[in-house]
Design a binder for this molecule. Structure first.
Ligand SMILES: Cc1cc2nc3c(=O)[nH]c(=O)nc-3n(C[C@H](O)[C@H](O)[C@H](O)COP(=O)(O)OP(=O)(O)OC[C@H]3O[C@@H](n4cnc5c(N)ncnc54)[C@H](O)[C@@H]3O)c2cc1C
Length: 619
């Protein structure tokens, strides 16, 4: 290992991932911890990293409390409804009551906000969304983080968390490697905030071959947010709740501004409103949930998927009416220029002008994340003033490992946070992390050199595997002694796609398929010991793959555990096709034993705190 130099850094707060949640955490950690040493480590470059790298055209979570537009309770009800009842209302409420203050800071920091000319309020796209000229959203929040941190490390991928060797189940820091220099980095830390985004590319994407790499969620989101905590035995929740998105075909262009602001609508190939056609069938599956308003995202997907299976496709977005208005036409195009330029390019290449041709929609491959219309992620403590005892163990957003915190896509149970809510959750986690240090909970942490050296050996092993095994290459990239990261990735994606409810089966799975999927994932895990990397970039790919594979195991275990179809349109358990409130109106929580690698799962009650409190007030 002599060829890889080791760097040591000791700090108080270590933020892993400098996306929306990570920048929020870094900024807020400095506010409460003036004298603390705060480090942020980012796999890419913080100025243009994470899901918001390319910019956004709307901030999807803003209450507007100053104008009486919405209250946090309204947002909790909204998220609960959209997730078919399954959210952590304490976390959702806590985020919602603070999110406006984050947005006001973005405004102060120079993010161009669109204003309603009549009222002077932020221009609403929908009930929760406000419109921005957000091409520079990410550099703006990155600047706040850069000014707050003692140091930002770019181009370092964190591969493992370090554990304290003095006190059981307490965090000790993290390790990783620099993808440009090949150096090994040890960060010994009193607290770690994991903010490493969601997971794309664990299910086989629709775009393969010439379109490989094109996904809806950021292709570089590789599930580190889940794999890092899972590997050290932190509990996870709702990992079965993967998300499927309805988006413009091939470019995955966003549809929110089109539906909400441009008031466009969808129809099948015969020009019919197909959603109505599936009402009775959906009611059979989910009962009164189909009558909720707004219709939960998964149920709208369900109608789309059923209509396509029944031969009613392609499904189109009707843009030709709205685009006759020059203002709306401009908004429609700008929407892509601010966040998904690729969609405009796809349309140009396919000769689609939405003023004259209604563009096609599709449902995406599934993604795992905790900040959108879905809530997979870590099982964390809530705030002390809101959370019932099962949801509270001392520090807000702390995982079930002491000193390990999470925010954004990392945190499960709290959907519909989006960019602003993820930044806000980062702030909440950082405030609690500083308190944890001030409360002397991080005293006497011991991380031996041996622990670090063992990880160093493991991290660079794929380079060695390749160096030796390349001598046995029989042709191209084929060798009996190693697999490349892309070979491993494609194998993972097929397992998840075909057995765990991807596009190959129209999102259908069942207990037998999941059991087989788990067997295949276990063999993949064995073979990943033999992953080879020819350079540092491939070394990153190798570790991204290992994180994706561990995340996938957890997703599959959860999908097997929940014996019902809670979210038709996200996935179907063919052996339990109906929503089953009697047995499954609960959250699922898992833990992987780091010593044996075995998962155990349990049901945890879901508390409807908002309406309970109201009921109490009324009585
Ligand atoms: C296509 C798309 C459209 C969206 N549209 C909107 C919208 O219109 N409005 C809105 O408000 N929200 C939108 N969102 C949601 C929003 O982007 C996310 O909610 C938010 O970015 C989540 O924040 P996060 O910090 O958890 O993840 P991210 O912002 O993705 O940040 C994760 C960071 O961790 C880094 N990282 C990952 N692994 C490692 C590792 N191992 N070591 C070190 N660093 C690592 C990544 O490079 C990245 O910088 C959209 C998301 C997508 C993908």
């Amino acid at each position: 290992m002599a060829s890889h130099k080791t760097h040591y850094e000791d700090c108080d707060v270590l933020v892993v991932g400098g996306g929306m949640a990570g920048t929020g955490a870094t900024f807020e950690a400095r506010h409460w911890g003036r004298d603390l040493k705060i480090i942020c480590v980012e796999k890419a470059n913080i100025d243009r990293s994470g899901a918001v790298a390319q910019g956004l055209y709307a901030i999807n979570c803003y209450m507007g409390m100053q104008w009486g537009e919405n209250q946090p309770e309204d947002h909790v009800r909204y998220a609960r409804n959209d997730l078919m009842g399954m959210v952590r209302e304490d976390l959702g409420y806590d985020m919602a009551r603070h999110v406006d203050s984050s947005v006001h800071m973005f405004d102060e920091w120079g993010l161009p906000m669109m204003k309603n000319e009549k009222t002077g309020h932020y221009l609403r796209e929908g009930k929760w969304q406000i419109m921005i000229h957000g091409e520079s959203y990410k550099p703006i929040v990155a600047e706040a983080a850069k000014k707050s941190a003692d140091k930002i490390y770019n181009r370092i991928m964190i591969t493992h968390l370090l554990m304290d060797e003095e006190k059981e189940n307490r965090i000790g820091g993290a390790v990783g490697f620099n993808m440009r220099t090949g150096d090994f980095h040890v960060f010994r830390a009193k607290t770690v905030i994991v903010a490493a985004g969601g997971a794309s590319h664990i299910f086989k994407p629709r775009a393969v071959g010439e379109g490989m790499g094109r996904t809806w969620y950021a292709p570089w989101s590789n599930g580190s947010a889940y794999a890092l905590p899972i590997a050290v035995g932190a509990k996870m929740t709702q990992m079965e709740n993967r998300i499927v998105l309805c988006r413009f075909k091939d470019g995955y262009g966003p549809v929110g501004a089109y539906f909400l602001h441009l008031k466009t609508y969808t129809q099948n190939a015969n020009g019919e409103n197909y959603e109505k056609k599936w009402y009775d069938q959906t009611k059979e599956l989910v009962g009164e949930y189909i009558d909720h308003h707004p219709t939960p995202t998964c149920l709208r997907n369900h109608a789309f998927i059923q209509e396509t299976i029944a031969g009613g496709g392609p499904i189109h977005m009707v843009t030709t009416e709205a685009f006759q208005d020059p203002h709306l036409e401009t908004v429609g195009w700008e929407n892509f220029l601010g966040m998904t330029v690729g969609q405009a390019v796809v349309w140009a290449s396919q000769n689609i002008d939405p003023k004259y041709t209604n563009p096609e929609l599709t449902t995406s491959e599934p993604y795992v994340m905790g900040s959108h219309a879905t809530c997979s992620g870590a099982w964390v403590s809530g705030p002390e003033d809101l959370s019932p005892p099962e949801y509270f163990w001392g520090y807000n957003r702390m995982l079930t490992v002491d000193g390990l915190f999470g925010a954004g896509d990392t945190v499960g149970g709290s959907a519909h946070k989006f960019s602003s809510g993820s930044f806000t959750e980062g702030r909440l986690a950082a405030k609690a992390a500083v308190k944890y240090i001030e409360d002397q909970k991080a005293e006497g942490i011991k991380v031996t050199d041996k622990q670090c050296e063992d990880f160093k050996e493991a991290i660079f092993k794929p380079l060695e595997t390749y160096t030796v095994a390349q001598n046995e290459i029989t042709g191209g990239t084929v060798s009996p002694s190693y697999i490349s990261p892309i070979q491993g990735l494609q194998r993972l994606q097929r397992i998840m796609d075909e057995y765990v409810g991807g596009i190959a089966t129209n999102y259908m799975t069942n207990g037998n398929m999941l059991k087989r999927g788990l067997e295949l994932l276990a063999w993949l895990e064995e073979d990943l010991e033999k992953v080879g990397a020819e350079d540092l970039h491939q070394l990153m790919r190798a570790w991204e793959l290992k994180h994706r594979a561990l995340t996938s195991q957890c997703v599959t275990e959860h999908t097997m555990f929940r014996e019902e179809t809670r979210w038709p349109g996200y996935y179907y358990r063919g052996d339990h096709m109906k929503l089953d409130d009697e047995n499954w109106h609960c959250l699922t929580v898992s833990r992987r034993d780091p010593k044996t690698g075995k998962f155990s799962l349990e049901k945890v009650p879901v508390y409807h705190i908002v309406d309970e409190n109201e009921k109490k007030k009324a009585s």
